[in-house]
Ligand binder design. Structure first.
Ligand code: CU
Length: 204
């Protein structure tokens, strides 16, 4: 799979990093548990052993998890900071969520139901809802953000590859929530300019 946006590599890495640590810990705890059940069972230990504290052990199992958790935090934080700082030259599109469709308003004034964007151009989306809570979700871009009434959320991305990707609503918003799908279509800059001019002409 090729990345479809500037977030894919970072988000996927953070996901794999956390998954690998989780499985390693699961394996460690399970193996130790089985080993201790075997070693300290009643037949081998008629009398319970009384263990007092061990400072090296306490330090060991405090420091290692702290490092692991800070590592998870670091990769999450780096991706988050990137996602909340859109480049100053971003193209701004207004996104409106409503029961049960998305609509997109371009700087030139026209509106669409499908989100067309140029490849390799930073795009900032201002997210608004006219009714209830929605959530704007592009799985292929690893992007998801709440779309709320009376609150201006935004997100930005840089789509690196032309193609058509799903946009879904990821917050249950009523009867036809599961139909609240549209597409984001990433086209080359030249094709985008031509498409935009056609939309402007149509709107006149
Ligand atoms: Cu919705």
């Amino acid at each position: 799979m090729f990345p479809a946006s500037n977030y894919v590599d970072k988000v996927d890495f953070a996901f794999i990093f956390i998954t690998v640590i989780s499985f390693a810990l699961l394996a460690l705890v399970t193996i130790l548990m089985l080993y201790f059940v075997f070693k300290y069972n009643h037949k081998r230990n008629k009398k319970a052993t009384n263990i007092h504290g061990s400072i090296p052990l306490e330090i060991f199992w405090t420091v290692i998890p702290v490092i692991l958790v800070l590592g998870m935090f670091y990769f999450g934080w780096v991706g988050y900071v990137d996602s909340v700082n859109p480049p100053a030259d971003s193209m701004v599109i207004k996104v409106t969520g409503q029961m049960w469709k998305w609509s997109f308003e371009y700087p030139d004034g026209f509106k669409t139901d499908t989100l067309y964007v140029p490849a390799n151009v930073p795009v900032k989306l201002n997210l608004n809802s006219v009714d209830v809570n929605h959530s704007f979700y592009i799985p292929a871009f690893r992007l998801k953000k709440d779309v709320l009434p009376n609150r201006n959320n935004s997100l930005w991305f840089n789509a690196d590859k032309t193609g058509s990707y799903d946009i879904a609503c990821a917050e249950y918003c009523g009867l036809r929530h599961s139909y609240m799908y549209t597409k984001i279509v990433v086209i080359t800059k030249d094709n985008f300019t031509a498409w935009k001019n056609a939309q402007i002409a149509k709107a006149k």
